[in-house]
Ligand binder design. Structure first.
Ligand SMILES: [Ca+2]
Ligand SMILES: [Ca+2]
Length: 482
């Protein structure tokens, strides 16, 4: 079990003098810049998930501190991933497993990160996407934040489906628009203003980028940077699903997105669209970095950057997140902590995003709340080579888990079916070793991270009378995107 419930860390952190009487000494606390990205997998320069991925600004920002190369989401979908890392409660504790379960009621009384920092004397601001929607708490943006900036929408192309797939926002194509018209551009403009202001309290500034979430519509110049005839498809093994149990094949849904993309010859277009949208996002991270430097506060600013989960683009004939393989669970995570992290460092330790909340409050010199279900990675920030025997745990729907160690991935589905992959010899997770008796001990060790009991599913959205058909479809599919 990797739960850390019941432990209170009172760290000898670099702000340790301010631990006691926190609110009275709030001015001694560092600012915290909390950069959330939606749906960015490891297609960045620094993680190297795709040879054409270009993210020089993101790479430069994370190179100010420590990049985690083996960081796993707590859940491979927006809502449960964010609910978990913001509350410190895993899906099997809160009951928030999938997108269709509003996070608000289950977390009504939870000491979320923003509530806690507000309590501790921080000025707590957010813009863009931090949690997934309102979570059924219409007023949380007013009560749980001092200010919340709505970034507004993005421009749309003139046709409903550029790709011709007619699959709602599962679409991509260039916009005849400028950067300034994009919501994430306005988000950075707002964040830059807040960074430039003087605050009496330490600042918790949460900047939630919505790209590269679908649809992949960004100004044409970004598509032009990745000419279609140059696009490299992900490395895929055609019979990869043959050794995967039925529960895994069901998650892959090869007859769904993948069949449609291949049949309409849209695979390269989709890869182009994702790369282009990531490139747009990277430009906005560059603007945010400039604002950090202009603020004159960088030397007292803790920065964390994360994306809520990974993304498949045809690997295992699967698209989107909603699965327990590396493509869906691995995502960027980096911390910059002045006085603690060293520039250009990387940690290959197996971690998951439950570490974000305890790490931030520990390095800020605040007591770590006892309910948090993840360890602080402060020791790895101090020394990325520190011994670390933890694992990253990802939960997708009740009873389905993926466990990642430094070399292995173990998956167990609710029906007991298993997969096991060894990354040092099989980085694409092509060969399922779960039935090989010589790996029984490895399986057993990794399975210890899987909880013995799991919370019941939190209530799902009630079908709306006016949109009965759509709501019904969402309820049946644990991978509904919005
Ligand atoms: Ca997401
Ligand atoms: Ca396989």
């Amino acid at each position: 079990m990797i739960l850390r419930s019941g432990r209170i860390f009172v760290a000898a952190a670099w702000f340790a003098a301010a631990v006691f009487g926190a609110a009275a000494h709030a001015a001694d606390k560092p600012d915290i810049l909390f950069i959330a990205i939606d749906d960015l997998n490891d297609w960045t320069g620094c993680l190297g998930g795709h040879p054409q991925a270009s993210t020089p600004n993101l790479d430069r920002l994370v190179a100010r501190g420590t990049l985690f190369t083996n960081a796993q989401c707590a859940a491979p979908a927006c809502n449960p991933s964010r609910a978990a890392l913001m509350s410190g409660l895993r899906p099997f504790t809160s009951g928030v497993y999938v997108n269709s379960q509003p996070w608000g009621p289950p977390l009504k009384d939870a000491l979320t990160l923003n509530r806690y920092l507000m309590q501790q004397g921080y000025r707590v601001l957010a813009g863009g996407k931090i949690y997934h929607g309102s979570g059924g708490l219409a007023d949380h943006k007013a009560t749980d934040w001092h200010e919340y900036f709505e970034r507004g929408g993005d421009p749309n192309p003139p046709v409903k489906s550029v790709s011709g797939l007619n699959m709602s926002h599962f679409d991509w194509g260039p916009l005849e628009a400028t950067d300034e018209e994009m919501g994430d551009y306005r988000l950075v403009s707002w964040a830059s203003e807040r960074l430039a202001q003087q605050h009496d309290q330490p600042l918790f500034l949460a900047v939630g980028f919505v790209k590269p979430h679908l649809p992949w519509y960004v100004p044409r110049k970004y598509f032009d940077m990745f000419p279609l005839d140059s696009i490299q498809l992900p490395v895929v093994k055609d019979d990869d699903l043959d050794d995967i149990p039925a529960a895994g094949v069901k998650m892959a849904r090869p007859e769904g997105d993948h069949r449609a993309v291949v049949a309409s010859d849209q695979w390269k277009h989709a890869v182009q669209g994702y790369l282009a949208t990531i490139k747009f996002l990277d430009g906005q991270i560059g603007r945010l970095t400039e604002a950090i430097d202009r603020s004159g506060r960088a030397d007292r600013m803790v920065i964390v950057l994360w994306s809520d989960h990974g993304w498949h683009l045809g690997e295992k004939q699967h698209w989107r997140k909603f699965a327990l393989w590396e493509r869906a669970t691995r995502a960027p995570l980096a911390f910059v902590v002045p006085g603690l992290t060293k520039p250009g460092t990387r940690s290959d330790a197996a971690v998951d995003f439950m570490c974000i909340y305890p790490t931030l409050v520990e390095v800020a010199g605040l007591p770590v709340p006892s309910h948090l279900e993840g360890p602080s990675v402060r020791p790895l920030l101090a020394d990325p080579q520190s011994a670390w025997d933890d694992v990253g745990l990802t939960t997708h729907g009740r009873g389905n888990h993926g466990v990642r160690s430094n070399d292995w991935r173990y998956i167990r589905y609710a029906d007991g079916a298993e997969e096991l992959y060894r990354h040092s010899t099989d980085p694409h997770e092509w060969t399922n070793l779960a039935n090989d008796p010589q790996h029984a001990a490895v399986k057993q060790r990794l399975a210890a991270a899987i909880p013995a009991t799991e919370a019941a599913n939190a209530p799902s959205e009630e079908p709306k009378p006016a949109a009965k058909g759509r709501a019904k479809a969402k309820k049946q599919r644990p991978d509904a995107d919005e």
